[in-house]
Design a protein. Structure first.
Ligand code: CP3
Length: 323
């Protein structure tokens, strides 16, 4: 999950001097921000600092990060707009994330894994179609799904091909594992998830596991997806990252022993007292006691108002846990 961000003083200081885009596009700055949670809390893995929407800009969709969140100037609502998107060559079009991963891998060599990541095609399509995701969620995307499914599928195809190249390049640059974020796929019923989101995920994980170059474990995150766990297990991901809406013991019963599970403390629980944070963290650890394929994580990114002390208590609790 997103571990750097505005809840950290060191991040706010850099953000006061540089735009979010600048932090993502300058490898020296992205390297610094990526390491902030590592230095502050000694987390077990470092996720590269970037954003899932950055490669969409490289595909030809002008993007701005505003105070109200990310926004595409020209939402993609028809075939003509979709036709303006083009494939990318990651080395040429998204050099910053690759360079940052390379620097992180060299810095942390063998001591800590570096996570690369990408948005999953359905979630990327949703941001492109909506332009800006607001109070009505992804209504324009759902309209396209039910009225013009072939157009949505064409868009998803293009995004799937891009994501295969993009994650492959991150693995070659030194990522120890990659996470695919399908934040909005949980909005779908299982049937539409199987029709539109899952096939893209499957193509991506199959391509990554078949590639001739370096390989790396993969993780799939879906937010709001308790009803989708069984289908997620068919994605080909080595690990499923789940939010707090599904008890991990139930997810384990559904997916069987072969797939790793990652999760799933509600980031809002970090607003609790230090004792409360410790208790909730230990409840999840106790629930997964003896599970050899469990990665403790938050169920979503750290919220901006989170007390830093809570994050420290969380990491220390996980570190000190004896299984
Ligand atoms: O911990 C890290 O350093 C990882 C970096 C990371 C960011 N975004 C940085 C970021 C990762 C892994 C993401 C993923 C991401 N981005 C997702 C998928 C995971 C999820 O959270 O569901 C999505 C949907 C996005 C799109 C996005 N980017 C949104 C909706 C927003 C605005 C919301 C917000 O919190 O402001 C962003 C901006 C963004 N991406 C910030 C960060 C640190 C905040 C930027 C700032 O104001 O400084």
């Amino acid at each position: 999950m997103r571990q750097a961000g505005r809840y950290m003083e060191a991040y706010r200081e850099l953000r006061a001097r540089f735009s979010f885009e600048k932090l993502c596009s300058d490898p020296a700055l992205a390297f610094e921000v990526s390491l902030q949670p590592h230095r502050a809390f000694d987390v077990d893995a470092v996720i590269v600092f970037s954003d899932i929407l950055i490669p969409l800009e490289a595909m030809g969709a002008p993007l701005a990060f505003t105070d109200e969140g990310p926004r595409f100037a020209e939402p993609i609502r028809d075939a003509k707009a979709a036709g303006r998107l083009h494939p990318i060559d990651p080395a040429r079009d998204t050099p910053a994330i690759l360079e940052t991963i390379g620097r992180l891998a060299a810095e942390l060599a063998g001591r800590k894994p570096v996570l690369g990541f990408a948005g999953a095609p359905f979630t990327l399509a949703a941001y492109l179609i909506e332009g800006q995701v607001g109070g009505r969620g992804i209504e324009a995307t759902l309209r396209m799904l039910y009225r013009e499914p072939e157009l949505l599928k064409r868009l998803l195809d293009l995004l799937t091909e891009m994501t295969i190249d993009y994650l492959g390049a991150q693995i070659d640059a030194g990522a120890s594992a990659v996470q695919l974020f399908d934040t909005w796929a949980g909005r779908l019923a299982e049937q539409e998830y199987r029709g539109f989101a899952l096939p893209c995920q499957q193509r991506i994980f199959a391509a990554l596991s078949r590639r001739s170059g370096k390989r790396a474990p993969s993780i799939l995150f879906v937010r709001d997806g308790p009803h989708l766990v069984e289908a997620m297990a068919e994605s080909g991901a080595g690990a499923l990252s789940l939010d707090w809406r599904v008890p991990l013991s139930r997810a384990r019963a559904v997916v069987g022993p072969r797939i790793a599970l990652q999760g799933n403390l509600d980031p809002a629980a970090l607003f609790s007292t230090p004792d409360g944070v410790r208790r909730r963290t230990e409840e999840i650890l106790a629930d997964r006691r003896g599970d050899p394929a469990f990665i403790f994580n938050l169920g979503h990114g750290v919220l901006p108002e989170t007390p830093v002390e809570s994050v420290r208590v969380l990491v220390d609790t996980v570190r000190q846990w004896k299984d």
